[in-house]
Design a binder for this molecule. Sequence first.
Ligand SMILES: C[S@@+](CC[C@H](N)C(=O)[O-])C[C@H]1O[C@@H](n2cnc3c(N)ncnc32)[C@H](O)[C@@H]1O
Length: 249
Amino acid sequence: MSDDLVERLRAAGCVFAEDEAAALRAAFSGAPLEAAVARRVAGVPLEQVLGFAEIDGTRIDVGDGVFVPRARAFAIVDAVAGMEPTVAVDLGCGAGTLAALLAQRWPAARVVGTDIDEQALASARRTASRYGFEVRHGSWWDALPAELRGRVDLAVAYLPHVPSDEVERIHPDFRAHEPRRSVDGGPDGLDHWRAVIETAAEWLAPRGVFATLLAPEQVAAARAAAPRWHLDTVPADDDVVLLASPPGR
Ligand SMILES: C[S@@+](CC[C@H](N)C(=O)[O-])C[C@H]1O[C@@H](n2cnc3c(N)ncnc32)[C@H](O)[C@@H]1O
């Protein structure tokens, strides 16, 4: 039997039309369902239409214009699963994605999520109300309270790391509805890595770790930008998790 909603979504280019139709019907009915379908057909990402993303049982609030959480970023937290941080931070937390994982994995830790984008932080605050973490506004480390200087055991960041001239290759739905600064990492994609690593040693505890996700071809240049740091890599499907420990250990 044909399903009109599935057919409309498929015609609009939705690859997982059946799944999307089920998710929309579970969230909306009547006129709100029709409005939601119209937004999706117009190219608004499903997560922004629903108002949330659910990945591996973690529910992240996603408002309009907010970076949509990607499952690939979870590899950053998986790569540090053996740690036991007392203070853990998610720099550039967007909707609160990795901070939600940190808070679930280490319920006794102080977890802080930061971002420069107030729209993202509105979503992060709603995510935080479910998982219990602090939310702060500001640029990278500068957003953290001063008392955490030198005390951060674990910092994770899914940094904007797409080279500027590759941003055009991002799926048009995301490109049109996520802020460019959430993905654009400058000419080689590493502008934010350089900015974060520059002052990371001031904020990390002596045995602290900074973990991020890059493309494999970015690792050599990332190493060159942090010559005194100890850098480990963990393969994660098409990406690499980079684990950085401060110089002088
Ligand atoms: C790739 S998104 C990741 C968001 C979130 N961690 C996630 O996994 O869904 C990068 C995030 O970095 C934030 N960002 C960009 N520049 C920043 C800066 N200077 N300081 C703090 N956050 C920044 C963006 O607003 C965006 O939310």
